[in-house]
Design a protein around this ligand. Structure first.
Ligand code: FA5
Length: 357
């Protein structure tokens, strides 16, 4: 007997392969699967029909049929993989964001802040207070000659008062003639010289900036720190104007709860001179580690401009009088924000820095 049941097998297989290739979705494939390879399929019917064949014919026909089924099953699985891949792409397409329409504020990249943020913030706030009181803001060099940092400020060479500041000298020119300024007071000299040259007195200015001293950093000191210098040169200026200016500044910047006081002091460039202190904001005057148990914190020095300084810059001390002051900006920040140890300002601990950025 011939293998008549399989007479059209090749055509039937081709037809099945075409039907599989036409399946357009996974859903169609699932629905068609029983009729393509399952019990209801042509192949299963053909399998059953082999029962009528002789054992030998059945073996050959069985092998052909098995090969045909393998091709069909393989084609079906390949189509399934292809449809699954297409479905995944369609899903991703549906999820895709049109970035042209998306506002990117969902992506918050942490931005850096000007450093040291808190000192800059304090400097601007102090400038604002003084501008409100009629001062203008001026700048001066950080590298100074010995003349500006000391001599014009009534400290000739070998004057013992030079020892008040442990100075960094630069290796420039003659030994010990160029310094990193130890205070902002030399900027007073520059401004007075300019005012004389331009005949623009009177003068009301503040001068913030960085200063350097060979100080060992501790709770109240840094080796590189900031001061804000103030100067008034006008006719008829008295110590009462100085005291009033400092009192007005303290109230405006620290608020009415904080007391301030002037204590007699000594600076070669002012006479009389005073040191200016406020109640320690950390202990409210009780005494703590930051204020060395005194309840007071020194913010700066001040006084009436010494006639010797006027002489150095060519101002007639008979016609003009004036006062000057110099406060630590870092010290003001420390008191305003109640920072127990000033070294926190330079440690770059982001938990600290971020509070002020
Ligand atoms: C002076 O520097 C004078 N030039 C101030 C002055 C100006 C007096 C004008 C009279 C007329 P003194 O060395 O005391 O003074 O410093 C003033 C302030 O700067 C101090 O009170 C403190 O607030 C701050 N300061 C001084 N040294 C340091 C330091 N190492 N670290 C942080 N702040 C400092």
């Amino acid at each position: 007997m011939s293998d008549a049941p399989l007479a059209h097998l090749d055509d039937q297989v081709e037809e099945l392969l075409r039907a599989i290739a036409d399946l357009a979705s996974l859903e169609e494939l699932t629905n068609a699967e029983p009729t393509l390879v399952g019990k209801r399929s042509v192949l299963s019917s053909l399998q059953k029909s082999l029962g009528s064949l002789s054992p030998e014919e059945r073996r050959d026909a069985g092998a052909r049929l098995q090969e045909a089924r393998r091709r069909v099953v393989e084609a079906l699985e390949a189509q399934r993989r292809d449809l699954e891949a297409r479905a995944r792409v369609a899903e991703l397409d549906a999820d895709r964001l049109d970035l042209g329409d998306v506002v990117l504020d969902a992506v918050r990249v942490p931005l850096g802040a000007g450093h040291p943020g808190i000192v800059a913030i304090t400097q601007y706030a102090l400038e604002e207070v003084f501008v409100g009181m009629g001062f203008r803001v001026e700048d001066g060099p950080e590298v100074e000659s010995d003349w500006y940092n000391f001599e014009a400020l009534n400290m000739p060479p070998a004057h013992p008062a030079r020892g008040m500041w442990d100075t960094f000298y630069l290796e420039l020119g003659e030994p010990e003639t160029v310094v990193l300024r130890t205070h902002t007071s030399p900027t007073q000299i520059h401004l007075m010289e300019k005012a004389v040259a331009e005949e623009s007195l009177p003068l009301h200015a503040v001068m913030p900036g960085r200063c350097y001293r060979r100080d060992t950093p501790d709770a109240r000191h840094l080796a590189a720190f900031h001061q804000i210098e103030g100067i008034v040169v006008d006719r008829g200026i008295t110590f009462a104007d100085l005291a009033g200016t400092i009192d007005t500044f303290t109230r405006a910047y620290f608020g009415p709860d904080i007391d301030s006081r002037l204590r007699p002091g000594y600076f070669p460039f002012t006479e009389p001179s005073a040191e200016f202190e406020i109640t320690c904001t950390l202990c409210r005057g009780e005494g703590c580690r930051t204020c060395s148990q005194t309840g007071w914190i020194e913010l700066g020095g001040c006084g009436m401009i010494d006639p010797a300084v006027f002489a150095a810059v060519g101002i007639d001390a008979e016609e003009w009088s004036g006062f000057a002051f110099g406060f630590g900006i870092d010290r003001c920040a420390q008191m305003r924000y109640q920072i127990a140890d000033m070294r926190a300002l330079i440690e770059n601990d982001l938990r600290f820095v971020r509070q002020f950025s």
